[in-house]
Design a protein around this ligand. Structure first.
Ligand SMILES: [Zn+2]
Length: 181
C-alpha cells in the first residue's frame, strides 16, 4: 500500500468508545492510487465520522467539492460538484458475531478478527465517489455549458476518417469509461 493511502489507516484500538471525526482533502493523486486517470483534478473535502462502539465501528463518509474531468464529446475540461457519501460497518471480534443478523442492504459490512487493530478506509472513501461520477461526462454538467463547437467539428472530421477505418474514437472513449466502472 502506498504512502498516501496509509493516511487513511485508522488504529481503532487506540480510539475511545465515542464518536470521532477525521478529515481528508481528496486530490488528483488519491484517484491515481486507484488507477483512475479520468479525474484531471480534484478539490474535495471528505469527513469520516467514526462511531467507535464496544463491538463495532460505524462509519459515515461524506464530502463536498469539485472534480474536473474531460468531456467525452468535445474533450474540454468540465468541472462539477460532487457530494460523496458512503456508510459501512466493521464488526469487531468476528468469531463471536452471528452472521444471520440482518444488515441494512445499503451498507458495506466488514468482519474483523479479534487480533486486528486497524482499518484502512481509502477504498470506502473511493467508493463514496463512484455514485457521484456520471457514466458520461459532458459539458452540460457544468451549469449547462455547451460543447466547444469548433472542437466538435474537428472531431467529426476525425471520426469520419476513423469510421472509414472501422473504429469510432468516441465509442472507444466511452467503452474505456464503461470498462473502468
Ligand atoms: Zn463538451
Amino acid at each position: 500500500m502506498s504512502f498516501i493511502l496509509s493516511e487513511f489507516d485508522i488504529e481503532f484500538v487506540k480510539l475511545k468508545i465515542a464518536k470521532h471525526s477525521l478529515e481528508y482533502h481528496i486530490d488528483k493523486t488519491f484517484f491515481e492510487n486507484f488507477n483512475n486517470s479520468d479525474v484531471l483534478s480534484s478539490d474535495v473535502k471528505v469527513q469520516v465520522l467514526l462511531d467507535r462502539q464496544e463491538s463495532m465501528l460505524l462509519l459515515n463518509i461524506h464530502g463536498d467539492g469539485m472534480l474536473n474531468m474531460q468531456c467525452v464529446r468535445c474533450l474540454n475540461d468540465v468541472s462539477f460538484n460532487v457530494k460523496p457519501n458512503h456508510k459501512c460497518i466493521y464488526h469487531l471480534n468476528q468469531e463471536n458475531f452471528n452472521k444471520n443478523d440482518n444488515n441494512p442492504l445499503d451498507l458495506d459490512v466488514v468482519y474483523l478478527a479479534s487480533n486486528e487493530f486497524k482499518i484502512n478506509v481509502a477504498q470506502y472513501v473511493y467508493e463514496s465517489f463512484l455514485t457521484q461520477i456520471p457514466m458520461v461526462v459532458n459539458c452540460e454538467l457544468e451549469n449547462n455549458k455547451s460543447c466547444d463547437s469548433t472542437m466538435l467539428e474537428k472531431l467529426k472530421g476525425v471520426s469520419k476518417n476513423e469510421r472509414e477505418k472501422g473504429t469510432d474514437p468516441r465509442w472507444d472513449a466511452l467503452k474505456k469509461l464503461i470498462d473502468k466502472k
